[in-house]
Design a protein around this ligand. Structure first.
Ligand code: ADP
Ligand code: MG
Length: 328
């Protein structure tokens, strides 16, 4: 549906996007996930038409969007700092999103009502937005961006300013609503848990590049580079020679990841070490096990006997979970 081809962009000769390629399929939620400064917002601004001077091309349903004026693109945008109008009611804020469209007053009203209902805001319709909680404001902003039924909805860290509990609830809600309306969406976040919960696919951005595009599960289970593995919070990344003898690792890889999901304590394991840290975390213990000069970290379920710090243990590494990482 949306195809980004070899797009590069600089601010004052400083490259910010480099050779970005990305395909977004009709009806999917694509998350752009990356550290702060990796270029996520800039890419959204290019797609939205807020920055024009880029190399490469962006196609919407086969047609270059360079020649389509911003207001004719039918794209919806929602930013972190919702930018609601404080002196207007909830309904009037949502109507604002429809002003670009030539709709009759009746049509406007019915689309506003539908959007408010979808977000559980119908009873707040006439209330001033200053009298709403953070979560309710966020819903109003979402209603405003949904009401015009955009061809593409872009959300830039939409939950960034909310506290953790509310964020967790709303990320599920946002996904459900986007799916219910059947929108195609690009959702920007720097939080992997948020991306996992919201996305159909995730594009990882690093230094202005897209370095991996995959489903949340594939990404977590099969990161391609050491950077991506670390960014996703995966530990146990080593030079391939470190455990080469015990594990027959791929010597051509730049690094290997012993994925935590493939590690367990077992008498039948390949690696021997000593427990140096043991942290109770509810349904799991996090263990750190020193093996020669290296330390392995992984969780084991706490509903079983767990050896104490100082115990000598054997770690079993499932071969399928020894993952070759390459920098490029
Ligand atoms: P992200 O959204 O991933 O945090 P941005 O797209 O906002 O990253 O920024 C990418 C890079 O572009 C950063 O290095 C940032 O400093 C730079 N940048 C962003 N906006 C501007 C601007 N208006 N002028 C100059 N540099 C900018
Ligand atoms: Mg940003």
């Amino acid at each position: 549906m949306l195809t980004i081809q070899n797009v590069s962009f600089s601010y004052d000769k400083t490259p910010v996007l480099r050779d970005v390629d990305l395909n977004i399929v009709q009806g999917e939620i694509m998350c752009l996930l990356g550290a702060s400064g990796s270029g996520k917002s800039t890419l959204l601004r290019l797609i939205a038409g807020l920055e024009g001077d880029y190399i490469g091309d962006i196609h919407l349903n086969g047609q270059s969007i360079k020649s389509i004026p911003v207001h004719q693109r039918d794209f919806g945008l929602m930013f972190q700092d919702f930018a609601l109008f404080p002196h207007l009611s909830v309904a009037d804020n949502v109507v604002f999103g429809l002003k670009m469209k030539s709709l009759s007053t009746i049509e406007q009203q019915s689309q506003v009502e539908a959007a408010l209902k979808l977000l559980g805001l119908a009873k707040f319709s006439e209330r001033d937005v200053t009298q709403l909680s953070g979560g309710e404001k966020q819903r109003v902003a979402l209603a405003r961006s949904l009401a015009p039924q955009p061809r593409l909805l872009m959300l830039d860290e939409p939950l960034g300013s909310l506290d953790a509990g509310l964020r967790e609830r709303l990320m599920i809600e946002v996904r459900d609503i986007i799916k219910q309306v059947g929108l195609t969406a690009i959702y920007v976040t720097h939080d992997q848990q948020e991306a996992y919960a919201v996305a159909d696919r995730i594009a990882i951005m690093h230094d202005g590049n897209i370095v991996q595009v995959d489903t949340p599960q594939n990404l977590y289970q099969r990161p391609k580079t050491p950077y991506i593995a670390r960014f996703l919070g995966l530990k146990n990344i080593f030079s391939p020679s470190v455990f080469g003898e015990q594990l027959h690792t791929d010597e051509k890889a730049d690094a290997i990841l012993l994925h935590p999901d493939g590690l367990s304590l077992s008498d039948e394991g390949q690696l021997q070490g000593e427990i140096v840290e043991r942290i109770f975390r509810g349904n799991t213990y996090r263990l750190s096990i020193k093996i020669d000069e290296e330390t392995l970290v992984f969780n084991i379920e706490s509903n079983q006997p767990v050896p104490d710090i100082g115990s000598h243990v054997i770690v079993h590494v499932e071969e399928d979970w020894v993952i070759a990482l390459n920098s490029t």
